[in-house]
Design a protein around this ligand. Sequence first.
Ligand code: ZN
Length: 191
Amino acid sequence: MFLEQFPGEGRQHGWIEVICGSMFSGKTEELLRRIKRAEFANQKVLLVKPKIDNRYSDNNVVSHQGSALASKLIENSSEIISLWSNEKIVAIDEAQFFDSGIVSVCNQLAAKGVRVIIAGLDMDYQGTPFGPIPDLLAIAEYVTKVHAICLSCGNLAQFSHRTASETGQVLVGAVEKYQPLCRSCYNKISH
Ligand code: ZN
């Protein structure tokens, strides 16, 4: 369930929103929905994502459902400040892959009056809080946790179970490498 309007929308000061959840929970779809709605109101948006994630398209943020928007690929969170040219909104996709400096970057932007919208995985495939997301949740004014549907039982899912055999926290992929599971079904599989 999403707030149609955030209490701060329309005001002059900045704030931070985080959309988090497992894979296939619609995080990027929700990020793109908020961006498109703002662009419809002629608000300028800077959309960035980490260079590590080059699936589907190099210069666009594309959801699993296929909708796309032009984005800038960056390697370090500090690049966001140098790229920013007074856009009213800064949107960050796949934020779990950024360095811890992103927390300070988001605070700086919000202090300048920017609406910062962040989307990212809250847990890695082992169920561990992912990268800077826990800290971003702590500093955000608004947090939306979205859920996938458990492929095993149909309940709401918050875990991204890796079906591929590779280990390591970062393994970019989609349906061929991950499936969403609820806590109970996830716990039945030994990790
Ligand atoms: Zn389940």
